[in-house]
Design a protein around this ligand. Structure first.
Ligand SMILES: [Zn+2]
Length: 118
C-alpha cells in the first residue's frame, strides 16, 4: 500500500514538473521572439542600397578614331597618359591633349597616370 501510493505521488509530481518545464521552455521562444522580430528587424537590403558612382574604365580605345589602342603610342599630358592607335592620332592628341582627355573622361574612361620620372 505504501509503495503504491508513493508511486502515484511520484508520478504526479513528475508529470507536473514535465509540464512546467515544457511551458517555461516554450514561452520565451514563441511569445517573446516572434513579435519582436517582425517589428524591429531592419531591412539590410535597403541599408546596403547606395547610388553607385559611375565606374571609371581603363583606356582601351583611341579617343580620335575609337580604334583599339597601340600601347607603344601615347601622349603624356599633365600626368595623364593618352594612348592612341596610330601615328596620325598621336599628332592630333599632341596638338590638343586637353580635348582628348576630356573626351575620354566623358566616355567614363580614366586615363592612365604617367609613371613618375626618374
Ligand atoms: Zn589612329
Amino acid at each position: 500500500m505504501k509503495g503504491y501510493s508513493g508511486w502515484r505521488v511520484g508520478a504526479t509530481m513528475f508529470v507536473l514538473l514535465a509540464l512546467g518545464a515544457t511551458a517555461r521552455a516554450a514561452a520565451p521562444c514563441c511569445g517573446g521572439m516572434g513579435g519582436r522580430n517582425a517589428e524591429t528587424a531592419p531591412s539590410p537590403a535597403q541599408a546596403a542600397l547606395r547610388p553607385s558612382a559611375p565606374e571609371a574604365k581603363p583606356q582601351t580605345h583611341c579617343p580620335v578614331m575609337n580604334a583599339p589602342i597601340n600601347r607603344n603610342l601615347y601622349v603624356d599630358h599633365n600626368g595623364k597618359r593618352i594612348y592612341v592607335c596610330c601615328q596620325g592620332c598621336l599628332s592630333r592628341v599632341r596638338a590638343e591633349p586637353e580635348k582628348y582627355i576630356r573626351l575620354l573622361e566623358e566616355m567614363g574612361v580614366e586615363p592612365e597616370k604617367t609613371p613618375p620620372q626618374n
